[in-house]
Design a protein around this ligand. Structure first.
Ligand code: HEC
Length: 191
């Protein structure tokens, strides 16, 4: 009797297991049942969606006043000429004039500045004379300006010179200045 029972169990077991798998076989194209649901579906709001809890009903809030973006150095100078003079007295170029920095400066110059300032900084880029001439960098007036003062012009802009603060990183603005200094010191530009 015991023997028969185990023989039946032996043959029945695969039938039960495979049959059970077949019966419970779930449709993989539909969502499985979840329990408890809160753990599967996060109540977090997407940043660009409406929010019933936060001010303005906006999920994405403005950063608090005075927030400084990571890696960003605020430039504490106004746009006035006196502020340019102050920048000239207080700031020095933190980058040294080596090949790597000059190459980066040249790249930035050719992409962003050459169109107005010209290949050699003569103030004769392809957009001139449709656009008023910028001063030539080789002039004594331009060469005698302090690094900080030129950095101020590049950052804040001046008259027709568009500000580059939102276009270029501070590092790129300093490096392009290194390249301008290089243009100024080149023999062919010192006429
Ligand atoms: C749309 C044309 C234009 C572009 C682009 C431009 N500049 Fe200028 N830039 C000018 C003009 C015009 C002036 C003269 C402003 C003035 O009259 O005060 C000037 C002035 C300057 C000065 C001051 C020169 C001096 O002797 O006082 C510097 C430095 C300078 N630009 C650097 C740059 C750099 C670096 C870039 C690129 C990142 C750039 N500029 C892009 C038009 C331009």
């Amino acid at each position: 009797m015991k023997r028969t029972f185990s023989a039946i169990a032996f043959f029945l077991l695969p039938v039960i297991v495979i049959g059970g798998m077949w019966i419970l076989n779930r449709d993989v194209t539909t969502r499985n049942r979840e329990y408890p649901t809160q753990m599967g579906v996060s109540p977090a709001q997407l940043s660009q969606t409406e929010n019933p809890v936060l001010p303005n009903r906006m999920t994405l809030q403005k950063p608090p006043k005075g927030t400084i973006a990571r890696g960003f150095m605020p430039f504490h100078y106004g746009s006035e000429p006196e502020e340019a003079k102050r920048a000239g007295a207080e700031l020095t170029n933190p980058f040294e004039s080596n090949d790597e920095n000059l190459m980066r400066g040249k790249y930035v110059y050719e992409k962003n500045c050459m169109v107005c300032h010209g290949t050699t900084g003569g103030g004769d880029g392809p957009i001139i004379p449709k656009f008023p001439n910028p001063p030539a960098f080789k002039t004594e007036a331009s060469r005698s300006l302090a690094d900080g003062e030129l950095f101020h012009v590049i950052t804040r802009g001046r008259n027709n010179m568009p500000p580059q603060e939102s276009v270029l990183s501070a590092a790129d603005r300093w490096k392009v200045l290194l390249y301008i200094r290089e243009l100024q010191s080149e023999e062919q530009n010192t006429k």
